[in-house]
Design a protein around this ligand. Sequence first.
Ligand SMILES: *Cc1c(COP(=O)(O)O)cnc(C)c1O
Length: 401
Amino acid sequence: MIGFAQQLGTDVAGKHYGQTVERIIIMPHDETHGMSTRSVHAGWEPDPATGAVKRPLVMANSYAVPSDGNYDETLYGYARDLNPNARWLEERLLALEGGEDCVVTASGVSAINGTFLALLSAGDHLICSDIAYISVRTMLLEHFPRRFGIQTTLLDTSDPEVVQAAIQPNTKLIHVETPGNPTTRISDIAAIAAIAHAHGALLSVDSTWSGLTTQSPLALGADLVEHSISKYINGHGDALGGAVFGKKSLLDVIRKFVVKDMGACISPFNAWQIMRGVATLPIRMERHNANAMQVAQFLETAPGVAWVRYPGLKSHPNHAVAAQQMQGFSGMLNFDLVDPRKRAAFVAQLKLFVHAVSLGHDESLIFVYNDYNGHEFFRVSIGIEDASDLIADITQALAHI
Ligand SMILES: *Cc1c(COP(=O)(O)O)cnc(C)c1O
């Protein structure tokens, strides 16, 4: 949508000058601008008070309210409920992921577990991928059934028939993580959305590992999408946050429960920092996608490597579904050495890859994970370095062991 915005400024003496300019206002569901244009312009305008070309960081806890006490609850009042930096980030993310609204939260975990707690009650049943983020698993395996009376079934969501067979009369929500952490498992979003909706249940998708630009779960039928915006969306490994997208009627409930009543709000500084990261998300994801494909193809034939798992490779068990629902395969892959006893020695030889948890950073990261069934392997987050340097680093480390 093209609209008009007032561009106002203040000169150094505080005297206002006003100037009405035609600006492009990027709205959710904007189809006239590409992803890169939206990631730079959405949620942004020159600061009306100063003319600054970047959004200011607003650290205030509270906001002046009219003296008659009549103020609109949807406006800024107390920074936990809503703060300008959080809202500007929500507007930018909304223009990229779609949906009627977006809520940003303190972390990815608070976005996901908070969504469950906001929408489910004792007696409800939730189906979830058994390959899911560790804190989500813990919540669903321990806290929900034992303490809150919410029934949970964790299973292999890469097989829609397995999901279908687990539906119960009280199933309210199906949650899938695709690609799944840590094994890169892919679940068929459209097929599971059809199963959920035939039963009157909602489908929630943790799309963190897609980096947002490589898949559109809402367009495939999901009702809710969550991201850990600590990962690709921030992209630089220096701020935590989460986001939920979907229908406004659901998001209103989630915002009130998670942000206001539980207090899992994002700090204005983290929102400001992540907003800057989002501007380069599409160009970073192009590099993550391309680098990961090159490294995965190299690992397929590298001496000393037993196997590699990357959704972009034909050898990946869910490659067909990935190729259908993703545009690019993101930057996460798994592999293992022929001799797993040499994992520590291999990692010690790496000069560019950092031995650390987390993912979606600019630098490449490597860490040993397991599939929750005792099978260990390397989980690698391929960064935005030159692929040739990453391949050379792995080559020299393999040669040393
Ligand atoms: C990291 C991660 C989370 C948790 O996000 P935080 O921001 O660390 O709380 C959730 N889901 C997936 C798939 C993740 O990789």
